[in-house]
Design a protein around this ligand. Sequence first.
Ligand SMILES: C[S@@+](CC[C@H](N)C(=O)[O-])C[C@H]1O[C@@H](n2cnc3c(N)ncnc32)[C@H](O)[C@@H]1O
Length: 233
Amino acid sequence: MIKDGTRVINKKGLLYVAEEGDKQSPVKFKPWLGDSFSALYDFLMKRFVFPRQLDADQDRHYEILGNELKDVHNARVLELATGSGSVVRFLPTDNQYTGTDISPGLLRKAVKVLRRSGFQESACYVARAEDLPFADGCFDVLVCILALNFFCNADRAFEELARVGTAGAMFFGCVPVPERIQRGNAISGTLYSEHELAEICEANGFRFESIPHENGALLYFRAVLQQKASSKL
Ligand SMILES: C[S@@+](CC[C@H](N)C(=O)[O-])C[C@H]1O[C@@H](n2cnc3c(N)ncnc32)[C@H](O)[C@@H]1O
């Protein structure tokens, strides 16, 4: 499942990619928000990000995640930007779950959620969405919630998803889009419109389909992998 030539280091339950040429040192990333905020992350999302930035209802968000993920069974699931593991709570535990994020502090929280939820098979990697350490074609379901706007390069992330997904793999995502912002709230990162997201998906071999849920600035969408990313070449 790991890409040829990539070495992985296990440190206290989290998996890190080893630096090239130095097999003992893990690759580190500039932390998102700073790892010291990890303890406050869930509180900030509930009290500040959902109601004030996204104009959205967190309970409604969780209800949507539950509905979209409840029928996913016996699949190899990859999540980009797992954060503290909010999606994990809505995924049936008969799936094989792989989480990724650049923040070890948040991933450590996700590992605890995975243990409590009773997943038999799970792993969390400290890895960038734009440079995944996995071999080609090893995931059936791909998920990315509230994070595409933080990636340096969303197109590159979809290129990676197309590489590691199987043909027919289903992507489920949720991200704020500029056309749904009502009150001129400042949302961090790079915002892509629904049209731009559809273009990024299509350019990487995914068939885009928006899901008609209303929840503030958030767009929920699916994308099915039709062909492999090499078709871009
Ligand atoms: C708003 S949080 C969303 C976390 C989680 N998906 C959720 O729904 O609560 C954004 C996440 O994106 C992660 N992130 C930011 N840039 C990233 C990148 N280039 N690759 C992987 N994860 C990244 C951050 O560490 C953070 O966990």
